[in-house]
Design a protein. Structure first.
Length: 153
């Protein structure tokens, strides 16, 4: 992203506006992808690949990227890196799947998702495998949000 004479918020908006939603065949839902005619497509594409954390391109990552950007721009109206950092924990928490089926499906989509970067301490309320998967998904979303904030700074 060209950052000369652009603000943090403009960089967020550029990244947000680089994504578009497309329709699959009828009944198969929608997905997000990069727009074709972007000015900085190669650079943005490299960054999106970095956000995939060595996974193949997938709908979950693109959906989360879009949701993080949408929350930072529309829900929290952040103007700088410090304001964004204040909200990424809350945004990440709100994007974690709360349904057992969704968590199990997320874990099965890529086996590398089963490994923590930093193993969290497990409390008494973490007796369910689904609670542990939620912590892992939170870690993944939080890492993506942090990278987005850093990139746009």
């Amino acid at each position: 992203m060209i950052k000369t004479k652009t603000t943090f918020k403009e960089n967020l908006e550029t990244l947000y506006n680089s994504l578009e939603q497309k329709q699959r065949e009828p009944g198969l839902g929608c997905y997000y992808c990069l727009k074709e005619n972007l000015e900085n497509k190669e650079e943005i594409q490299r960054f999106i690949e970095l956000l995939h954390n060595e996974e193949s391109p997938n709908d979950w990552r693109y959906d989360i990227i879009h949701s993080i950007l949408e929350s930072l721009i529309n829900n929290y109206d952040v103007n700088n890196e410090d304001e964004a950092q204040e909200h990424i924990a809350c945004i990440s928490d709100s994007l974690v799947n709360v349904y057992n089926y969704g968590l199990a499906k997320w874990l099965c989509e890529d086996v590398s998702r089963g490994y923590f970067e930093d193993l969290p301490s497990l409390g008494e309320d973490d007796t369910s495998i689904y609670g542990i998967i939620m912590k892992r998904q939170y870690e993944e979303i939080y890492t993506m949000a942090s990278k987005i904030v850093d990139y746009c700074s």
